[in-house]
Ligand binder design. Structure first.
Ligand code: FES
Length: 214
């Protein structure tokens, strides 16, 4: 079945196209809009973008496979990026990954059987000062230990991404997560909550700090 954006997002595409002298320059923001609606860049999305921007499907597939934040296969309702670069690993990043995999029953690169979470390893997400951290959808959760992580995952599973982020997130990297009905890459992030400020000011978690790789 052919992919189509909602009328609101079609209007956003029209607005994006006015910013650039060439249609192909709008490729990244248009792909973001499509992924926010569809969850991943399916073959039907590739066809849609190719037609809308007058590009070949090969160019679009090349871009999608180059950038790790575009998904070329289906992912769970929530995507958990666990940072495994040096600062996070020195402060328990491997223990965070191990706990995620055990709790969700899937290894990094895979999706939990209930479809709620996909776990992915990430290179430095630029929050080294608050390591260890994970990004879930568009939101950062920093200075973590496994107990906090459990509360955050449970909130995402039961209350939804926006409610979980409002309660626990320390930073929003983009706008609202997909399915929220809004969400543009230029939305202002919400201010940190009291809980977020408390988590961010806690001392480093005990436990695995060897940085041993998986
Ligand atoms: S090493 Fe994890 S945010 Fe930089």
């Amino acid at each position: 079945m052919a992919f189509a954006l909602t009328p609101e997002r079609e209007q956003e595409v029209d607005d994006i196209l006015t910013r650039y002298p060439e249609r192909r320059a709008a490729l990244l923001p248009v792909l973001w809009l499509c992924q926010r609606q569809n969850g991943w860049i399916s073959p039907e999305v590739v066809e849609y973008v190719a037609e809308r921007l007058e590009l070949s499907t090969a160019i679009i597939k090349g871009v999608v496979t180059f950038y790790t934040m575009f998904f070329d296969e289906p992912v769970g309702e929530n995507v958990v990026w666990v940072c495994r670069t040096l600062s996070c690993d020195l402060r328990g990043g491997k223990a965070i990954q191990d706990h995620l995999e055990k709790k969700l029953g899937c290894t990094a690169g895979h999706t939990s059987s209930d479809g709620k979470f996909t776990v992915l390893k990430a290179e430095c997400l630029a929050a080294c000062g608050q390591a260890p951290m994970v990004q879930i959808n568009d939101y950062y959760y920093e200075n973590l230990n496994v107990e906090q992580l459990d509360r955050i995952l449970d909130a995402h599973a039961t209350k939804g991404g926006e409610a979980a982020a409002a309660e626990f997130s320390t930073f929003a990297s983009f706008g609202s997560p997909r399915g929220s009905g809004g969400g543009s890459a230029t939305s202002a992030p919400p201010p940190p909550t009291k809980e977020a400020v408390r988590l961010a000011s806690q001392p480093p978690p005990p436990g695995d700090t060897t940085g041993e790789d998986a």
